[in-house]
Design a protein around this ligand. Sequence first.
Ligand SMILES: Cc1ncc(C[n+]2csc(CCOP(=O)(O)OP(=O)(O)O)c2C)c(N)n1
Ligand SMILES: [Mg+2]
Length: 333
Amino acid sequence: MPSLPPLPRDTSLRLYRQMQTIRHCEERLAKSHQRGLIHGACHTYVGQEAIAVGVSAHLREDDVIFSTHRGHGHALAKGLHPRQLIAELYGRETGCSRGRGGSMHLFAPEIGLMGTSGIVGPCILQATGAGYSFKLLRTDRVAVAFFGDGAVNNGAFHEGLNMASIWKLPVLFICENNQFATEVPFQYAAGNPTVAQRGAAYGLPGVEADGNDVLAVYSAAHDAVQRARSGGGPALLECKTYRTRPHAEGMGDFTYRPREEVEQWKTRCPILQFRRRLLGEKIVEAADLDIIDRQVAELVEEAHEFAEKSPWPDPQTATRHVFSESHGKHERH
Ligand SMILES: Cc1ncc(C[n+]2csc(CCOP(=O)(O)OP(=O)(O)O)c2C)c(N)n1
Ligand SMILES: [Mg+2]
C-alpha cells in the first residue's frame, strides 16, 4: 500500500473545506430541485465527496478531467466556483456553460473541466484520447476519467483501458463504485464485482481504496498521478463508496435497498469521519472546522442568491456556444 507522510495542516483543512463545499452545494441543489429552480436532472454526489477531493488534490490546472451524470463534485474539486455550478443548473447566463447545458453539460476547459455527461462510459475513452494527445505533445499533463460501477461492463471500459495500457498513456481511471447503477446492484450486474482486479487483465495496476476515507483516496491517487506524470502509464483506482441520496432528485429510494442500509452508510459519512480524525489526532481544533463550516454555508448561500438573480440567456443567442464556431484551419476543402 502507498505510504505518505502525515499531511500538512493546511492540506488537511483544504480537503475538509472542499468536501464541505460539495456537500453544501448538493444539499442546496436538492432543495432547489424541489422548488423547481433546476432545469433538467440533478444527480447529487452526497456521500462520495472524498473521491473527487482526494484525487483532484494532486491535479494541476492544466490536467484534465472527464466526468459523468453525477459530476458536480468533480467540477467543484477541479476548481469550478459554486456560483458557476449553481447558475448553470438554474439555466442562467452566468453558469459555466452559459445556461445551455445544466448538470450534465458542465464545461470549463480553462480549468481542465472537460465535461460532465449524461452518457455512461464515453468519459473513459475521452480521457484516453486526452492522454494520447498529452503524450504526442510530450507534456507531463495527466487526464482523469471519473465513472461509476455502471460503466465498467460497457465496451468503453475495455477499449479505453487496453489502449491506455499498450501506449502507456498518462491516464487515471477512477471507478466510483457506489454499488448501484440506478437501482441495479453491482453484485448482481458483475461476474467479478471487484473492479480493481480487472486492471491485471489489461496489464495496468488496479488499486482498491476506501472511497469514504479521503486520506486513503489521496494516498492512492498520489501514487497513480506521479506514475502517470512521469511516463509510467495508466492506473485503475476503484473507490468503494455509497450514495446516500436517491439516484436522482425526485426519485424514490427504498424499493431496491433497505432504509437501514442507507442509514448505516450515513454513519460512515466521509466528512464526519475526516472531522473525527482531525480532532482525534489533534491536528485542528473544533473551532477551526466550525469556522470553515460557517464560511462554506455562506459561500453556497451567496452562490445560490447570485444564481437566482442572474439573467436568463438571450433567446436570440440560443445556438451560440453550442457548436464550434471556429473556421479556417478546421474548414473542410
Ligand atoms: C450508455 C448509457 N446507458 C444507459 C444510461 C442510463 N443510465 C443513466 S445513469 C445510469 C446508471 C449509472 O450507474 P453508475 O455508472 O454506477 O453511476 P452512479 O449513478 O451510480 O453514480 C444508467 C444506466 C445512460 N445514461 N447511458
Ligand atoms: Mg454506481
